[in-house]
Design a protein around this ligand. Structure first.
Ligand code: CIR
Length: 253
């Protein structure tokens, strides 16, 4: 059984973090519609979806991916790198604890789940403004007993998280934006290339052969279909204004 944990969009999402102020303000009603479509796509792809209630104190809480990293039946509850996001983890830990063995990350470590990409038994982790060396060390320690090899990766300038430019497709395959991370880093993996002008679409949620992608990226859609996947485009204009995309809206395990 595949589970997906998501979280409802608060009204305070209008004040979510963004590196650059968006051209137009976040439309919370539209964000809620798009979130619903995202949850429906997860269900359509075979996941059993659990959606946590709204927490108005946490504008960025829809980006639940950043709060936990799951491998097998174990979850590392993170300390998100943005201090305003550290309140988000408590509710996630409570619900994950029903299904998984949860380990809390401790100070001074910080890490965002968006920096972690599991491929087979390798966990690639971005060294980012959100994920520090102590966070990477605690990640490695948490999952070493499960045979996970942690591989840190330097991110290109201006990239928020590792999975902004790549995401796992299952079975040793990844989606990777051209002109982002050197392909040599992923030697041995099969790459599905996303053209540089569609790099936003390199963040996608794969469940078996089905892949939820951002709507409006025809070349990525075509590349995935050609590689044997079934793409499910969903609109995500509003999360994009807050530097979010697809994987960040769920924890799939
Ligand atoms: C933030 O800056 O933390 C949020 N506005 C966006 C987080 C997106 N998370 C992700 O891609 N994993």
């Amino acid at each position: 059984m595949v589970r997906a944990l998501t979280r409802h969009v608060p009204s305070s999402f209008a004040n979510a973090l963004s590196a650059v102020p968006p051209d137009s303000p976040i439309d919370v009603a539209l964000a809620r519609q798009q979130h619903l479509m995202y949850c429906m796509a997860l269900a359509e792809c075979g996941a059993t979806v659990t959606t946590l209630p709204v927490d108005e104190r946490c504008p960025d809480s829809v980006f639940v991916e950043d709060t936990a990293v799951v491998v097998d039946k174990q979850a590392l509850i993170t300390r998100p790198g943005a201090p305003t996001r550290q309140l988000e983890t408590a509710a996630v830990a409570v619900v994950l604890d029903a299904w998984l063995n949860c380990i809390p990350m401790t100070e001074p470590a910080t890490l965002d789940g968006g920096d972690c990409m599991l491929v087979g038994r390798t966990m690639y982790v971005g060294r980012s403004a959100r994920t520090n060396a102590a966070g990477i060390a605690q990640l490695a320690r948490a999952f070493a007993p499960r045979g996970i090899d942690v591989v840190p990766i330097d991110l290109p300038a201006g990239v928020l998280h590792l999975k902004c430019v790549c995401s796992p497709l299952g079975g040793g395959r990844i989606l990777l934006a051209d002109d982002s991370i050197d392909r040599a880093v992923f030697r041995g993996l099969e790459l599905v290339a996303v053209p540089a002008q569609e790099s936003y679409a390199a963040n996608a949620v794969a469940i078996d052969k089905r892949v939820i992608i951002a709507a409006g990226f025809p070349r990525t859609h075509e590349a995935l279909a050609k590689a044997g996947f079934k793409p499910y485009p969903v609109p995500c204009s509003e999360v994009r204004k807050a530097d979010g995309s697809l994987t960040c809206q769920s924890i799939v395990f």
